[in-house]
Design a protein around this ligand. Structure first.
Ligand SMILES: [Zn+2]
Length: 62
């Protein structure tokens, strides 16, 4: 099963457009940190899958 989901988002620090590769096999409700490839700040990424299978993804400053 392919557990990678591509998601476009903006960096909460520098507002650069980012393409995130989300590892959906890690669970329906988890968060992780990824450094912005533009400004190198740590972005906290929250993932939540609702009951109809839609992924809700939010980014915030760590
Ligand atoms: Zn950034």
């Amino acid at each position: 099963m392919n557990g990678l989901l591509e998601h476009s988002a903006h960096c909460p620090f520098c507002d650069a457009q980012l393409t995130l590769l989300i590892d959906t096999s890690a669970g329906a409700d988890h968060s992780y940190t990824e450094d912005c490839h533009v400004c190198c700040q740590p972005i906290l990424i929250h993932l939540h899958q609702d009951s109809d299978g839609h992924w809700d993804i939010s980014l915030e400053q760590e």
